[in-house]
Ligand binder design. Structure first.
Ligand SMILES: Nc1nc2c(ncn2[C@@H]2O[C@H](COP(=O)(O)OP(=O)(O)OP(=O)(O)O)[C@@H](O)[C@H]2O)c(=O)[nH]1
Ligand SMILES: [Mg+2]
Length: 252
């Protein structure tokens, strides 16, 4: 009997990740098997056919050793990170919790397990858990200085525009109660890298608690978020989220 009998559906969104996920996925599956009650689903977000085939070739043999690993979900076209996460969450299979973790292993399998194990027990009020890259004593957060600085600028923008004291809205590990997600899902429009900002705003507006959990983070080479192009897009998305949520703006 797993320590937490309620199930988690954990999605790993992937766009051209077959070269990076190979080391991380077996570790992740091993940790999730040890934790119990977690299903892992790789969502392949419309990469080229060769890439999709490579991902399938990677996942299929692992499924023999790790029954927690579901077949790869192949999306016919690229939806963006948020789109891939939401497409995976649609296959929750009755799980009580929905989660995602980045494919590059920046947040390790053990850190993923640590956060999932913090989920409230069934009798406690549900709350979402967002991992947070806080540079603080007792945690190891290794990121390039330029990414760290840009992340701080972005977090400040999110905090000010949405009036939410969040430290790190963009960390690639989050856990959400399914019931909360289902209540807000139709409101969610952002499918790119800023999707979690909108997810956060909608959850808070619906009255759900979110706790930021400081985690260890080791930046991996080969990241695809472009500091110039994607930052600009993400900033525009935050502005749109603010404009679409007029009641939020008035503090209602
Ligand atoms: N589904 C989907 N996932 C994507 C896309 N682009 C990136 N991702 C996933 O989003 C996650 C984070 O992307 P990364 O490339 O690691 O981002 P990064 O540049 O390293 O940025 P940080 O991880 O925040 O430091 C990975 O799991 C990617 O596969 C996309 O277009 N679609
Ligand atoms: Mg990364």
């Amino acid at each position: 009997m797993p320590p937490y009998p309620d199930l988690v559906h954990l999605v790993v969104p992937c766009y051209r990740e077959s070269a990076r996920i190979g080391g991380f996925l077996p570790d992740l599956c091993r940790e999730m098997m040890a934790l119990g009650g977690v299903r892992v689903q790789v969502v392949e977000d419309g990469s080229e056919p060769r890439e999709a085939a490579a991902m399938q070739a990677l996942v299929d043999p692992l499924r023999v050793s790790y029954p927690c690993l579901l077949p790869v979900k192949l999306l016919p076209k690229n939806l963006g990170k948020g789109g891939a996460v939401y497409a995976g969450w649609a296959d929750h299979g009755g799980a009580d919790w929905l989660a995602f973790v980045d494919a590059d292993g920046s947040c390790s399998a053990t850190e993923t397990a640590r956060l999932l194990a913090l989920r409230p027990r069934a009798e406690a009020p549900p709350k979402a858990l967002f991992a947070s890259r806080v540079k603080m004593l007792g945690r190891r957060v290794e990121r390039l200085l330029k990414r760290h600085l840009l992340g701080r600028v972005y977090a400040t923008l999110v905090s000010e525009l949405l009036d939410v004291p969040v430290y790190d809205s963009q960390c690639g590990l989050k856990l959400v109660p399914r019931a909360a997600y289902e209540r807000i899902a139709t409101q969610l429009k952002v499918m790119g890298f800023a999707f979690d900002v909108e997810l956060m705003a909608a959850l808070l507006e619906a009255g759900y608690a979110i706790q930021e959990v400081p985690i260890d983070w080791q930046e991996m080479p080969g990241g695809k978020v472009s500091l110039l192009r994607d930052s600009w897009r993400m900033a525009r998305d935050v502005w749109d989220i603010r404009c679409r949520r007029p009641t939020w703006r008035q503090g209602a």
